[in-house]
Design a protein around this ligand. Structure first.
Ligand code: SF4
Length: 318
Protein backbone atom coordinates (compact mmCIF):
# COMPACT_ATOMS: atom_id res chain seq x y z
CA UNK A 1 0.00 0.00 0.00
CA UNK A 2 1.47 3.38 -0.98
CA UNK A 3 0.24 6.92 -0.41
CA UNK A 4 -3.44 6.14 -0.26
CA UNK A 5 -3.19 3.58 -3.08
CA UNK A 6 -4.13 0.11 -1.96
CA UNK A 7 -3.01 -3.19 -3.43
CA UNK A 8 -6.15 -5.18 -2.66
CA UNK A 9 -8.85 -2.55 -2.08
CA UNK A 10 -10.53 -0.36 -4.67
CA UNK A 11 -13.37 2.11 -4.59
CA UNK A 12 -15.88 2.57 -3.18
CA UNK A 13 -17.60 2.63 -6.56
CA UNK A 14 -21.29 3.00 -7.33
CA UNK A 15 -22.49 -0.37 -8.53
CA UNK A 16 -25.89 -0.93 -10.15
CA UNK A 17 -26.36 -4.11 -8.17
CA UNK A 18 -24.73 -3.28 -4.84
CA UNK A 19 -24.95 0.49 -4.39
CA UNK A 20 -21.78 1.96 -2.88
CA UNK A 21 -19.43 -1.00 -3.10
CA UNK A 22 -15.90 -1.30 -1.71
CA UNK A 23 -14.01 -3.86 -3.79
CA UNK A 24 -11.46 -6.34 -2.50
CA UNK A 25 -9.22 -8.06 -5.03
CA UNK A 26 -7.58 -11.22 -3.67
CA UNK A 27 -6.34 -12.85 -6.89
CA UNK A 28 -3.58 -11.72 -9.31
CA UNK A 29 -4.72 -10.07 -12.54
CA UNK A 30 -6.42 -12.51 -14.94
CA UNK A 31 -5.82 -15.61 -12.87
CA UNK A 32 -9.08 -17.37 -13.58
CA UNK A 33 -10.70 -20.73 -14.26
CA UNK A 34 -12.25 -19.15 -17.40
CA UNK A 35 -11.12 -17.10 -20.38
CA UNK A 36 -14.51 -15.59 -21.29
CA UNK A 37 -14.81 -14.10 -24.76
CA UNK A 38 -16.67 -11.10 -23.26
CA UNK A 39 -14.24 -10.46 -20.38
CA UNK A 40 -13.68 -6.74 -19.98
CA UNK A 41 -10.23 -7.40 -18.51
CA UNK A 42 -8.88 -8.95 -21.72
CA UNK A 43 -7.68 -12.52 -22.24
CA UNK A 44 -6.83 -14.72 -19.26
CA UNK A 45 -3.08 -15.01 -18.74
CA UNK A 46 -3.18 -17.70 -16.05
CA UNK A 47 -6.03 -20.16 -16.65
CA UNK A 48 -6.02 -22.51 -13.69
CA UNK A 49 -8.19 -24.40 -11.21
CA UNK A 50 -5.47 -24.51 -8.56
CA UNK A 51 -6.53 -23.04 -5.22
CA UNK A 52 -3.80 -21.38 -3.19
CA UNK A 53 -3.16 -18.37 -0.98
CA UNK A 54 -2.64 -15.91 -3.85
CA UNK A 55 -2.72 -12.86 -1.55
CA UNK A 56 -1.60 -13.04 2.12
CA UNK A 57 -4.74 -12.96 4.28
CA UNK A 58 -3.08 -10.68 6.81
CA UNK A 59 -2.23 -8.06 4.13
CA UNK A 60 -5.79 -8.00 2.79
CA UNK A 61 -7.37 -7.61 6.24
CA UNK A 62 -4.83 -4.99 7.37
CA UNK A 63 -5.59 -2.86 4.30
CA UNK A 64 -9.30 -3.11 4.93
CA UNK A 65 -8.91 -2.21 8.58
CA UNK A 66 -6.88 0.87 7.63
CA UNK A 67 -9.42 1.88 5.02
CA UNK A 68 -12.42 1.52 7.34
CA UNK A 69 -10.57 3.50 10.03
CA UNK A 70 -11.02 6.54 7.75
CA UNK A 71 -14.74 6.39 8.56
CA UNK A 72 -15.97 5.49 5.06
CA UNK A 73 -18.76 2.92 5.19
CA UNK A 74 -19.92 1.38 1.91
CA UNK A 75 -23.23 -0.44 1.34
CA UNK A 76 -21.30 -3.62 0.58
CA UNK A 77 -17.77 -4.95 0.80
CA UNK A 78 -17.39 -6.93 -2.41
CA UNK A 79 -14.81 -9.65 -2.95
CA UNK A 80 -14.28 -9.73 -6.70
CA UNK A 81 -11.51 -8.67 -9.05
CA UNK A 82 -9.89 -9.40 -12.38
CA UNK A 83 -9.61 -13.05 -11.50
CA UNK A 84 -11.73 -15.74 -9.85
CA UNK A 85 -11.86 -15.11 -6.06
CA UNK A 86 -12.81 -18.67 -5.10
CA UNK A 87 -9.34 -19.74 -6.30
CA UNK A 88 -8.01 -18.23 -3.07
CA UNK A 89 -7.53 -21.20 -0.75
CA UNK A 90 -8.10 -19.06 2.37
CA UNK A 91 -11.08 -17.09 1.11
CA UNK A 92 -13.05 -18.36 4.12
CA UNK A 93 -10.54 -16.76 6.52
CA UNK A 94 -10.76 -13.49 4.57
CA UNK A 95 -14.56 -13.45 4.67
CA UNK A 96 -14.65 -14.32 8.37
CA UNK A 97 -12.01 -11.66 9.07
CA UNK A 98 -14.13 -9.03 7.30
CA UNK A 99 -17.25 -10.08 9.19
CA UNK A 100 -15.38 -9.83 12.49
CA UNK A 101 -14.22 -6.31 11.57
CA UNK A 102 -17.41 -4.61 10.36
CA UNK A 103 -21.20 -4.98 10.16
CA UNK A 104 -21.10 -3.95 6.46
CA UNK A 105 -22.58 -6.86 4.43
CA UNK A 106 -20.15 -8.88 2.32
CA UNK A 107 -20.79 -9.93 -1.29
CA UNK A 108 -18.69 -12.31 -3.41
CA UNK A 109 -18.76 -12.06 -7.22
CA UNK A 110 -17.71 -15.42 -8.67
CA UNK A 111 -17.94 -17.18 -12.01
CA UNK A 112 -19.38 -20.13 -10.06
CA UNK A 113 -16.97 -22.66 -11.56
CA UNK A 114 -15.85 -24.11 -8.20
CA UNK A 115 -19.11 -24.16 -6.26
CA UNK A 116 -19.25 -27.98 -6.48
CA UNK A 117 -16.17 -28.07 -4.18
CA UNK A 118 -17.22 -28.55 -0.55
CA UNK A 119 -14.24 -26.46 0.63
CA UNK A 120 -15.37 -23.53 -1.52
CA UNK A 121 -18.95 -23.97 -0.32
CA UNK A 122 -17.76 -23.88 3.30
CA UNK A 123 -15.59 -20.81 2.67
CA UNK A 124 -18.52 -18.91 1.19
CA UNK A 125 -20.81 -19.52 4.17
CA UNK A 126 -19.59 -16.27 5.77
CA UNK A 127 -20.83 -14.18 2.81
CA UNK A 128 -24.15 -12.33 2.88
CA UNK A 129 -24.59 -12.44 -0.89
CA UNK A 130 -22.96 -14.74 -3.45
CA UNK A 131 -23.21 -13.59 -7.07
CA UNK A 132 -22.30 -16.47 -9.42
CA UNK A 133 -22.62 -16.63 -13.21
CA UNK A 134 -24.15 -19.13 -15.60
CA UNK A 135 -23.70 -18.17 -19.23
CA UNK A 136 -24.84 -21.26 -21.13
CA UNK A 137 -27.10 -24.29 -20.85
CA UNK A 138 -24.91 -26.78 -22.71
CA UNK A 139 -21.33 -28.01 -22.76
CA UNK A 140 -20.72 -26.75 -26.31
CA UNK A 141 -21.86 -23.17 -25.71
CA UNK A 142 -20.22 -23.06 -22.28
CA UNK A 143 -16.86 -23.92 -23.91
CA UNK A 144 -17.42 -21.38 -26.69
CA UNK A 145 -18.28 -18.53 -24.32
CA UNK A 146 -16.30 -19.14 -21.14
CA UNK A 147 -13.35 -21.21 -22.48
CA UNK A 148 -12.80 -22.96 -19.12
CA UNK A 149 -9.84 -25.01 -17.92
CA UNK A 150 -10.31 -28.49 -19.31
CA UNK A 151 -10.94 -30.32 -16.06
CA UNK A 152 -14.22 -28.48 -15.40
CA UNK A 153 -17.12 -29.89 -17.45
CA UNK A 154 -20.35 -27.89 -17.76
CA UNK A 155 -22.60 -30.27 -15.84
CA UNK A 156 -20.26 -30.33 -12.87
CA UNK A 157 -20.57 -26.54 -12.63
CA UNK A 158 -24.33 -26.40 -13.15
CA UNK A 159 -24.90 -29.19 -10.60
CA UNK A 160 -22.47 -27.42 -8.27
CA UNK A 161 -24.70 -24.34 -8.37
CA UNK A 162 -27.74 -26.47 -7.52
CA UNK A 163 -25.84 -28.10 -4.67
CA UNK A 164 -24.58 -24.76 -3.38
CA UNK A 165 -28.18 -23.48 -3.21
CA UNK A 166 -28.96 -26.35 -0.85
CA UNK A 167 -26.19 -25.48 1.60
CA UNK A 168 -26.05 -21.68 1.36
CA UNK A 169 -28.71 -19.98 3.52
CA UNK A 170 -28.15 -16.39 2.38
CA UNK A 171 -28.82 -14.56 -0.90
CA UNK A 172 -27.74 -15.91 -4.29
CA UNK A 173 -27.96 -13.47 -7.20
CA UNK A 174 -27.30 -15.31 -10.44
CA UNK A 175 -25.93 -13.36 -13.41
CA UNK A 176 -26.52 -14.61 -16.96
CA UNK A 177 -24.40 -12.92 -19.65
CA UNK A 178 -26.05 -13.29 -23.05
CA UNK A 179 -23.99 -12.75 -26.21
CA UNK A 180 -25.35 -11.93 -29.66
CA UNK A 181 -25.20 -14.81 -32.16
CA UNK A 182 -24.26 -17.34 -29.44
CA UNK A 183 -26.89 -17.17 -26.72
CA UNK A 184 -29.34 -14.79 -28.37
CA UNK A 185 -31.64 -17.54 -29.70
CA UNK A 186 -34.74 -18.66 -27.78
CA UNK A 187 -33.65 -22.30 -27.73
CA UNK A 188 -30.25 -21.49 -26.26
CA UNK A 189 -31.85 -19.29 -23.60
CA UNK A 190 -34.48 -21.92 -22.73
CA UNK A 191 -31.61 -24.37 -22.09
CA UNK A 192 -30.19 -21.92 -19.55
CA UNK A 193 -33.64 -21.33 -17.99
CA UNK A 194 -33.97 -25.08 -17.28
CA UNK A 195 -30.84 -24.97 -15.14
CA UNK A 196 -31.77 -21.67 -13.47
CA UNK A 197 -35.10 -23.17 -12.37
CA UNK A 198 -33.20 -25.92 -10.56
CA UNK A 199 -30.67 -23.52 -9.03
CA UNK A 200 -33.46 -21.32 -7.59
CA UNK A 201 -31.44 -18.13 -7.07
CA UNK A 202 -32.96 -15.25 -5.11
CA UNK A 203 -32.38 -12.92 -8.06
CA UNK A 204 -31.81 -13.54 -11.78
CA UNK A 205 -29.80 -10.75 -13.38
CA UNK A 206 -29.46 -10.65 -17.17
CA UNK A 207 -26.53 -8.90 -18.78
CA UNK A 208 -24.98 -8.46 -22.22
CA UNK A 209 -21.69 -7.12 -23.58
CA UNK A 210 -21.64 -3.38 -22.86
CA UNK A 211 -17.92 -2.87 -22.26
CA UNK A 212 -15.00 -3.63 -24.61
CA UNK A 213 -14.67 -7.45 -24.60
CA UNK A 214 -11.62 -9.73 -24.82
CA UNK A 215 -12.73 -10.83 -28.31
CA UNK A 216 -14.23 -8.45 -30.88
CA UNK A 217 -16.76 -11.09 -31.96
CA UNK A 218 -18.43 -10.94 -28.53
CA UNK A 219 -21.29 -8.60 -29.41
CA UNK A 220 -24.12 -7.10 -27.34
CA UNK A 221 -27.76 -8.07 -27.78
CA UNK A 222 -30.06 -5.15 -28.65
CA UNK A 223 -32.19 -3.90 -25.75
CA UNK A 224 -35.56 -5.01 -27.20
CA UNK A 225 -34.29 -8.51 -27.93
CA UNK A 226 -32.73 -8.75 -24.47
CA UNK A 227 -36.06 -7.77 -22.90
CA UNK A 228 -37.78 -10.58 -24.81
CA UNK A 229 -35.12 -13.11 -23.75
CA UNK A 230 -35.24 -11.91 -20.14
CA UNK A 231 -38.98 -12.63 -20.04
CA UNK A 232 -38.18 -16.33 -20.66
CA UNK A 233 -36.61 -16.44 -17.18
CA UNK A 234 -39.91 -15.39 -15.57
CA UNK A 235 -41.05 -12.28 -13.69
CA UNK A 236 -38.18 -12.27 -11.17
CA UNK A 237 -35.52 -11.74 -13.85
CA UNK A 238 -34.15 -8.23 -14.36
CA UNK A 239 -31.82 -6.64 -16.91
CA UNK A 240 -28.64 -5.23 -15.36
CA UNK A 241 -26.88 -4.28 -18.64
CA UNK A 242 -26.06 -0.59 -18.59
CA UNK A 243 -26.77 0.52 -22.18
CA UNK A 244 -27.13 4.20 -21.41
CA UNK A 245 -24.49 4.76 -18.76
CA UNK A 246 -26.61 7.54 -17.26
CA UNK A 247 -25.29 9.03 -14.06
CA UNK A 248 -27.02 7.89 -10.87
CA UNK A 249 -25.74 10.61 -8.57
CA UNK A 250 -23.53 13.64 -8.35
CA UNK A 251 -21.43 14.72 -5.43
CA UNK A 252 -17.94 15.99 -4.69
CA UNK A 253 -15.52 17.04 -7.37
CA UNK A 254 -13.61 14.75 -9.71
CA UNK A 255 -10.56 13.11 -8.28
CA UNK A 256 -7.84 12.14 -10.77
CA UNK A 257 -6.31 9.43 -8.56
CA UNK A 258 -9.68 7.75 -8.03
CA UNK A 259 -10.37 7.80 -11.78
CA UNK A 260 -6.98 6.25 -12.57
CA UNK A 261 -7.55 3.67 -9.83
CA UNK A 262 -11.00 2.78 -11.20
CA UNK A 263 -9.69 2.41 -14.77
CA UNK A 264 -6.92 0.15 -13.55
CA UNK A 265 -9.73 -2.23 -12.63
CA UNK A 266 -11.90 -1.99 -15.74
CA UNK A 267 -12.52 0.17 -18.84
CA UNK A 268 -15.40 2.63 -18.39
CA UNK A 269 -17.26 5.21 -20.44
CA UNK A 270 -17.32 8.80 -19.20
CA UNK A 271 -20.81 8.32 -17.77
CA UNK A 272 -19.73 5.16 -16.00
CA UNK A 273 -16.74 6.90 -14.42
CA UNK A 274 -18.99 9.68 -13.14
CA UNK A 275 -21.60 7.16 -11.98
CA UNK A 276 -19.14 4.80 -10.30
CA UNK A 277 -17.35 7.52 -8.37
CA UNK A 278 -20.38 9.72 -7.70
CA UNK A 279 -18.91 12.66 -9.64
CA UNK A 280 -20.39 15.44 -11.79
CA UNK A 281 -20.11 14.45 -15.45
CA UNK A 282 -18.92 17.83 -16.74
CA UNK A 283 -16.13 18.08 -14.17
CA UNK A 284 -15.24 14.42 -14.76
CA UNK A 285 -14.91 15.11 -18.51
CA UNK A 286 -12.29 17.79 -17.84
CA UNK A 287 -10.27 15.56 -15.53
CA UNK A 288 -10.50 12.62 -17.96
CA UNK A 289 -9.32 14.83 -20.84
CA UNK A 290 -6.35 15.96 -18.76
CA UNK A 291 -5.47 12.37 -17.82
CA UNK A 292 -5.57 11.35 -21.51
CA UNK A 293 -3.26 14.23 -22.41
CA UNK A 294 -0.91 13.15 -19.64
CA UNK A 295 -1.05 9.56 -21.02
CA UNK A 296 -2.23 8.31 -17.62
CA UNK A 297 -5.28 6.77 -19.27
CA UNK A 298 -6.13 5.87 -22.88
CA UNK A 299 -9.24 6.10 -25.09
CA UNK A 300 -10.73 2.94 -26.57
CA UNK A 301 -13.72 2.78 -28.94
CA UNK A 302 -16.24 -0.10 -28.76
CA UNK A 303 -19.28 0.10 -31.05
CA UNK A 304 -20.35 3.72 -31.02
CA UNK A 305 -19.23 4.30 -27.42
CA UNK A 306 -15.97 5.71 -26.17
CA UNK A 307 -14.32 4.01 -23.20
CA UNK A 308 -11.30 4.92 -21.13
CA UNK A 309 -8.86 2.45 -19.66
CA UNK A 310 -5.50 2.12 -18.05
CA UNK A 311 -2.58 2.12 -20.54
CA UNK A 312 -1.38 -1.05 -18.75
CA UNK A 313 -3.24 -4.31 -18.41
CA UNK A 314 -4.32 -4.26 -14.73
CA UNK A 315 -8.11 -4.28 -14.37
CA UNK A 316 -10.51 -5.72 -11.80
CA UNK A 317 -14.33 -5.93 -11.19
CA UNK A 318 -16.60 -8.12 -13.25
S1 SF4 B 1 -15.35 -12.48 -17.04
FE1 SF4 B 1 -14.78 -13.13 -15.00
S2 SF4 B 1 -14.83 -15.36 -15.16
FE2 SF4 B 1 -14.70 -14.61 -17.25
S3 SF4 B 1 -12.50 -14.57 -17.73
FE3 SF4 B 1 -13.10 -12.52 -16.97
S4 SF4 B 1 -12.56 -12.62 -14.80
FE4 SF4 B 1 -12.69 -14.75 -15.51
Amino acid sequence: MTQGTYTHIFGPVLSRRLGKSLGIDIIPFKTCTYDCIYCEQGRTTNRTAERKEYAPVKDVLTELEQFLAKGVFPDYITVSGAGEPTLHSRMGDILQGIKAMTPVPVAVITNGSLLWDSNVQRDLLAADVVMPSLDAGSEALFRRLDRPVNEIPFEKIARGLIDFRRVFPNEIWLEVMLVDGITSGENEVRDIVQWVEQIRPDRIQINTVVRPPAESFARPIARKRLEMLTALFGPRAEIIANYSGTSLSTEDTPDADRIVDLLLRRPCSLSEIAEALGLRKMETAKTVQLLVEQHKIVEKRFGNQLFFSSPGEGNATK
